[in-house]
Unconditional design. Structure first.
Length: 223
């Protein structure tokens, strides 16, 4: 039984009613975490026939998957509480619906780092190295339980592994009553805090010359 529940946020895309982008995203996850439950958070309202057809297509489409369809425009902040009600695992992997995760992520080691409370959140990085303009939000390079990490005060909603209790106790209270992207809500508080308050890290694997563990499928512009 997996200790990780996957939360995937989705919303209207130009490519709908095609499920191609979401299929590619979920395939990249299930190939590595085949037993993990998947909660697809589908934002509303349903404005087009294409989105309605897409929603119909994804119900019962994915193994271990359930779809929560929202009738109103909830955004990520409004979809979080209902999704967390379905989570019974100690960890969540949160990602938007157009991110493909590369193979060979060290999931077991990353969960142990979070279980030890060294970190609450470990993000997979989209880029070969930390962008120079973001270095001021980096708080040092460390090796924890044999895994290289970059400590950061930069919150990004790019795919990340996190403690479920951290999401329930720290992220959810800031999202209640908001209709916004989680990154917009959390970026400011994290950037202005000491690292120890939120304990955010970026995964910096050593098995190749790049930090990159993601491909952005660009759902907003893909057809």
């Amino acid at each position: 039984m997996s200790e990780i529940t996957i939360l995937v946020s989705t919303s209207p895309r130009p490519s709908h009613p095609s499920t191609r982008i979401l299929d590619q995203t979920i395939l990249s996850i299930s190939a590595q975490l085949p037993e993990a439950p998947i909660v697809i958070m589908a934002d509303g309202p349903v404005k087009t026939d294409a989105y309605l057809q897409f929603l119909h297509s994804i119900h019962d489409r994915y193994a271990n998957g359930v779809v929560q369809t929202h009738q109103l425009n909830a955004q990520q902040s409004g979809m979080l509480a209902p999704a967390l009600q379905l989570v019974t695992t100690p960890f969540i992997l949160y990602l938007e619906d157009d991110w493909e995760i590369h193979p060979n992520v060290e999931w077991s080691s990353l969960t142990e780092i979070i279980r030890s409370q060294f970190a609450n959140y470990i993000r997979l990085y989209h880029g070969h190295r930390i962008h120079p303009l973001h270095e001021h939000m980096m708080c040092g390079r460390v090796i924890e339980r044999g895994i290289p990490l970059v400590k950061t005060t930069q919150w990004s909603q790019n795919p990340h592994l996190a403690s479920t209790s951290f999401y329930r106790g720290t992220i959810l209270p800031r999202c209640v009553g908001q209709t916004d992207m989680i990154e917009n809500i959390m970026h400011g508080p994290c950037a202005s805090a000491e690292w120890e308050e939120y304990r955010l890290c970026i995964y910096n694997p050593i098995d190749c010359a790049t930090m990159n563990r993601l491909t952005h499928l660009d759902g907003k512009n893909s057809l």
